[in-house]
Design a protein around this ligand. Structure first.
Ligand SMILES: *[C@@H]1O[C@H](CO)[C@@H](O)[C@H](O)[C@H]1NC(C)=O
Ligand SMILES: *[C@@H]1O[C@H](CO)[C@@H](O)[C@H](O)[C@H]1NC(C)=O
Length: 376
């Protein structure tokens, strides 16, 4: 286990303090009223316990997994990976961002001090404040003996394990946070997942308390059901588990698909998300401001009026009900590439001509204004 700050410790400290306070108070009562107070002691102690156990807070720790194709290979990360991790660090203000990787320590050190332009994004990512590199070994075989060939498949095993061990929020590198997850983490559920377009549970963005029973079962049964297919051990298993465990109060909350994965993997979804509209006017949006206080009920009517009078372009998506976007790739990329889209570059984001660019712009602009991304 690795030492890190998370939200459980303060709670554990609060409970003994309350109990000790009660003990002092009750001893005093006992002196005054004699043995009648023993019943009061039992009642008060019973009341103080469940409230802390019933409202678990999911730790504010973010997890990414980066496995290499070869054991001695190079870490290769791009601007799109940077946008994901930078958005998470900006909007979630996590206590730590773990990058779980099987890269060697020497490779991690090389990247952190590399002056090579090809390492630019990897260096910026690994040297961000709060980023902690954690060495992991991905399994080559599932417990049932089936070989795990593919990196993404291996990552499915690592993600379940690290979220079980540490608690926190797992993000795929193509998930981009749009706002703080705090209200979700503090909703009182041990596990929170979200649906995707096909109404199955998305395995690219989920969160759980440390040592959650659902994460333990997911990891255990991944080894049982693994069959080398794309989704059996991941999306399908996680969906089956989540829907089963909803029966247990506070165990799992399943959010609708717009919460964490509003887009999809089909070509049309990717076209809507990434395609540029060259006649679009860049909207007057500004850099994200982490100092700005969160919205409150007092803002409700103003927000509603602004929404009613907003003049959205006809292609433009409203992500106001999304905590994150899972920017799936176009699965038909090889035979049917997108129109008006090549790749995610700084220029592409800053010109704000697509839904993707508009969604991630405030975070990217913040990185530009604070000098983290040099405009060269
Ligand atoms: C898992 O491996 C299978 C077989 O190699 C492959 O078809 C599938 O695409 C992989 N899944 C992922 C998520 O990469
Ligand atoms: C998930 O549930 C479906 C429907 O009950 C079942 O057919 C399937 O085998 C289950 N798969 C896994 C991996 O649990």
């Amino acid at each position: 286990m690795w030492p890190f700050p998370h939200n459980f410790k303060p709670r554990r400290i609060v409970v003994p303090t309350i109990v000790f306070g009660l003990f002092v108070t009750l001893s005093f009562l006992w002196i005054k009223t004699g043995s009648n107070s023993s019943q009061a002691t039992t009642e008060l102690e019973i009341q103080s316990k469940p409230s802390s156990e019933r409202w678990p807070t999911i730790p504010n720790i973010v997890h990414y997994v980066q496995l290499l194709p070869e054991p001695q290979g190079k870490i290769q990360l791009e601007l799109k990976h940077f946008i994901s991790i930078y958005s998470a660090s900006l909007y979630l203000s996590p206590d730590a961002i773990y990058v779980h990787t099987d890269a060697t320590d020497a490779e991690v050190e090389r990247v952190k001090s590399s002056q090579d332009v090809s390492d630019k994004w990897a260096r910026l990512i690994l040297t961000l404040p709060k980023v902690v590199v954690n060495r992991v070994t991905a399994p080559d075989y599932a417990g049932n003996g089936v070989q795990i060939r593919n990196l993404e498949n291996k990552s499915d095993f690592v993600r379940a394990k690290v979220v079980y061990d540490f608690g926190g929020i797992y993000l795929d590198w193509d998930v981009h946070a749009l706002r703080d997850f705090k209200p979700l983490r503090e909703a009182g559920f041990a596990n929170i997942v979200g649906l995707q377009k096909d109404n199955l549970v998305n395995s690219g963005c989920f969160m759980a308390i440390k040592e959650s029973e659902m994460m333990r079962l997911w990891y255990e049964y991944e080894h049982v059901v693994y069959d080398g297919e794309w989704i059996t051990h991941a999306v399908i298993l996680l969906s089956n588990l989540s829907t089963t465990l909803v029966q247990i109060p506070y165990e799992v909350l399943i959010l609708d698909r717009y919460a964490l994965a509003p887009s999809g993997w089909e070509r049309d979804d990717a076209q809507e998300l990434f395609g540029s509209h060259y006649n679009a006017h860049a909207p007057p949006s500004a850099a994200a401001d982490p100092q700005r206080p969160p919205l409150t009920t007092a803002d409700a009517e103003r927000l509603w009026k602004a929404a009613r009078s907003s003049s959205r372009e006809e292609w433009e998506k409203d992500y106001s009900n999304s905590y994150a976007i899972h920017a799936f790739k176009n699965i038909e990329e090889a035979e049917n590439p997108l129109e008006n889209f090549d790749k995610i570059t700084l220029q592409y984001v800053l010109s704000r001509r697509s839904n993707f660019a508009r969604a991630v712009y405030p975070a990217v602009q913040h990185a530009v204004e604070s000098g983290i991304i040099p405009l060269d």
